[in-house]
Design a protein around this ligand. Structure first.
Ligand code: HEC
Ligand code: HEC
Length: 296
């Protein structure tokens, strides 16, 4: 009996040791994936210096939510606290801006690669990849108006569930996401009359998906929903964050006033016009597909 117990004990210890090796291995592999270096992009951009640049850059920063994650004074902040998935701080940009060249900053913003060559995670470079050279040069002029302030922020911490996401390829670094998109803006081009609306819709890609199809992780809907929105309700959603039917809608309610509150009535109707045309095209394409499927 004693001997049997001893063997059972050894067996359990063996299983525990094996488990530790598996967990340790998974941790090491995910850590290597997070830190794996990436080719530096060839970037040559200079901050604009013309008189209107700072004001235009402030608008780009606002529409794209730089302050939401990097703080009012670009001092950095904890913006996402969801253990056991991830805890993430926006780094202190006021210091990064003082230490880095324009091209290094652009490599981080539009390519997802930090000045020291490591890949960025949780920084929405895959959405900002669609900023033009001019918009980025204006943005840099605006960022350079900030003086260094505050302490360095910690780098993000990935919990066990987040690491599983990394291992399964569900949670990807920004350069990987950009590569997966082939660098192109995927939201439908609906002709010159909708060019302005499409330009504005780039500010929705970060959370509503690369082709505005909705994002499961973020629980955000396909933006075809905007076709059924009354224009006054749509303007109210963007300016105040309150959705049709007087509803608060999570992250959208939190971010809309600061990001989209400054849009003019013309811009809001251009954006809705674009999203309506996109929804109409989706329906037309679905009709064609189902008509095709019904044919013998
Ligand atoms: C959703 C949150 C979020 C938003 C929005 C965001 N950032 Fe970031 N940003 C991050 C995180 C997180 C990192 C650090 C990522 C890492 O360390 O892997 C980062 C890193 C950076 C870096 C590199 C900093 C360094 O220390 O080298 C720059 C530059 C930067 N962001 C600029 C911007 C600009 C400009 C905008 C607006 C156009 C912006 N970010 C919007 C989260 C965000
Ligand atoms: C930082 C993330 C983020 C950005 C940027 C963003 N959204 Fe959203 N949005 C969300 C999330 C998350 C939801 C779902 C919220 C919920 O239902 O709890 C949502 C919901 C919506 C809804 C549905 C509201 C309803 O009636 O339920 C509309 C419409 C919408 N967003 C439009 C836009 C448009 C247009 C843009 C770009 C100009 C945009 N959003 C940019 C995160 C975002």
């Amino acid at each position: 009996m004693k001997r049997l117990l001893k063997w059972a004990g050894l067996g359990l210890a063996g299983i525990a040791a094996l488990l530790l090796i598996v967990i340790g291995g998974a941790f090491a592999v995910s850590e290597a994936m997070i830190r794996w270096p990436v080719d530096r992009p060839k970037v040559q951009l200079m901050a604009s210096s013309d008189p209107g640049a700072v004001a235009r850059g402030a608008r780009v920063a606002k529409l794209n939510g730089c302050h939401d994650c990097h703080g009012e004074k670009l001092q950095g902040l904890l913006f996402h606290d969801e253990m056991p998935i991830i805890r993430a701080w926006g780094p202190n940009l006021s210091r990064a801006v003082a230490e880095q060249t324009d091209s290094e900053l652009d490599a981080a913003i539009r390519h997802g690669v930090a000045a020291n060559g490591r890949r960025l995670w949780m920084m929405p470079s895959s959405a900002f990849a669609h900023l033009s050279d001019r918009e980025t040069a204006d943005l840099l002029a605006y960022l350079r108006t900030y003086k260094p302030t505050g302490e360095k922020q910690p780098r993000f911490q990935v919990g066990p569930v987040g690491r599983l996401g990394v291992l399964l390829g569900q949670f990807k670094s920004e350069p990987d996401m950009i590569a997966a998109n082939g660098g192109a803006l995927k939201i439908a081009d609906l002709g010159p009359e909708h060019a302005r609306g499409r330009d504005l819709a780039r500010a929705c890609v970060e959370c509503h998906g690369q082709s505005l199809e909705g994002n499961k992780t973020m629980k955000s809907p396909d933006l075809s929903i905007v076709a059924s929105y009354d224009p006054a309700d749509f303007a109210r959603l963007l300016r105040t964050g309150v959705a049709a039917g007087d509803r608060k809608v999570g992250l959208m309610t939190q971010i809309a006033p600061a990001r989209f509150g400054g849009l003019s009535s013309d811009e809001i109707s251009a954006l809705q016009g674009y999203l309506k045309a996109r929804a109409a095209r989706q329906i037309a394409m679905a009709d064609v597909t189902s008509a095709g499927a019904q044919q013998p």
